[in-house]
Design a protein around this ligand. Structure first.
Ligand code: GLY
Length: 391
């Protein structure tokens, strides 16, 4: 029987009302004992790259319910993230992940719901945060090789000046937003140049993608790739495939450059080919069959990418309705599997998705991670018409 996604959305809302009330003072990354969220809002953790997703989850819930509990909690997270602007080393390429789901989402919602008193007061501040974040991201662009530098120095001897990562495709929408907001083409030009580099150097012939690519930071030439968070060099880390699928789709949505649609299709087709029969996404498509670690975040992110790509196939002049149907069906299958095998809808437990994995070679696997919950909700909202478009 087909899943009733409106009923799933109701279960999520009923759960999150209780979870958010219980966690007003936190910015969660994962859960600790007794299914309770941890807290990444202290000074030493506030710049962690996932800290925007709790805000995004709150704004999506506010969009669906109009309940002030969610807006108030989202505004709080947004303010807490201001500490990052005073931490140069904490300001890496994940400015998009931090401020698109928080400050920029706030701006978009405030404009959409013009009458909401809860949102109006802070819109100028939110816009200011989004623009500061976009300027910081643009400042990471290396014109020698046309790429955005991923991370700052880690102090461990590794030279990361020439490193770019596929995840950054999801940060580019912050630059598209800033160009639209300021009617200033600089940000968009940087996003396009980075996306062109990623299309050339990250996507392999078979449609799989690399995680990390190292360029010579002075000559701009390709040096090598790295296994990153996947199984190893040459493998297909599934969350990275998801970032690429969704990221190129978004670059197409924002630019109408047909090369990005073609890139998204190629990655999507390969991803779909490799979904296992049971629909559960491994941490890496090339990992050994045992241990069979799973990553629900990859499934949720890929589902969001596939649904957005399906919509682009349906509505854009370069699209195809066959592709649109195929991508939507694949997304729904991924989501049905998560709903059936992984979701915890109990209000007594803080987490929603239960089997997420940060990196293949980490000690810990298959545990709750906040961006899994965020993207699952975004996907269900896409299916039920509740979504705030954040990217
Ligand atoms: N962007 C880092 C990750 O996906 O784990």
């Amino acid at each position: 029987m087909a899943t009733d996604w409106n009923k799933v959305a109701d279960k999520i809302i009923n759960k999150e009302r209780v979870v958010v009330e219980r966690n007003r003072e936190r910015i969660p990354y994962s859960t600790q004992e007794e299914h309770r969220f941890d807290d990444y809002s202290a000074d030493d953790k506030i710049c962690w790259w996932t800290n925007g997703f709790w805000g995004g989850l709150l704004w999506q819930l506010y969009r669906a319910t109009g309940e002030n509990l969610f807006a108030e909690a989202a505004c709080k997270v947004e303010k807490q993230l201001d500490a990052c602007f005073m931490n140069y080393n904490g300001m890496d390429h994940d400015a998009g992940f931090r401020w698109l789901p928080t400050a920029v989402a706030h701006v978009r919602l405030a404009r959409e719901k013009k009458s909401s008193v809860a949102l109006e007061g802070a819109i100028a501040e939110a816009r200011n945060r989004g623009l500061l974040a976009a300027n910081s991201l643009a400042g990471r662009f290396n014109a020698n090789g046309d790429f955005i530098r991923a991370w700052n120095d880690w102090g461990d001897g590794r030279d990361t000046r020439g490193w770019a990562i596929i995840d950054c495709m999801m940060n580019l929408p912050l630059l598209y937003w800033a160009s639209d907001e300021l009617e200033d083409p600089r940000f968009r030009a940087i996003a396009i140049r980075h996306a062109d580099t990623a299309a050339k150097h990250f996507i392999r012939e078979d449609g799989s993608v690399r995680h990390i690519v190292g360029f010579d930071p002075v000559k701009g030439t390709f040096l090598r790739d790295y296994g990153g968070q996947g199984y190893g060099e040459g493998s297909s880390w599934t969350r990275g495939q998801g970032w690429a699928l969704y990221g190129f789709t978004l670059s197409y949505l924002h630019t109408a450059k047909v090369e990005y649609l073609e890139a998204a299709r190629k990655i999507a087709n390969r991803f779909i080919e490799r979904i296992p029969d049971d629909g559960r996404i491994p941490v890496d498509f090339d990992q050994p069959s045992e241990p069979a670690y799973k990553d629900d975040t990859a499934a949720a992110i890929a589902a969001c990418g596939l649904l957005t790509l399906s919509e682009q196939e349906k509505t854009s002049e370069n699209g195809s309705s066959d592709n649109s149907n195929r991508y939507r069906e694949a997304a729904v299958r991924l989501l049905e599997t998560l709903d059936r095998d992984s979701c915890d809808y109990s209000p007594e437990h803080d987490e929603l998705l239960t089997k997420c994995t940060a990196a293949y070679h980490d000690e810990k696997h298959e545990f709750p991670i906040i961006y899994g919950d965020y993207y699952y909700i975004e996907a269900v909202w896409k299916l039920t018409g509740k979504e705030l478009f954040i990217w």
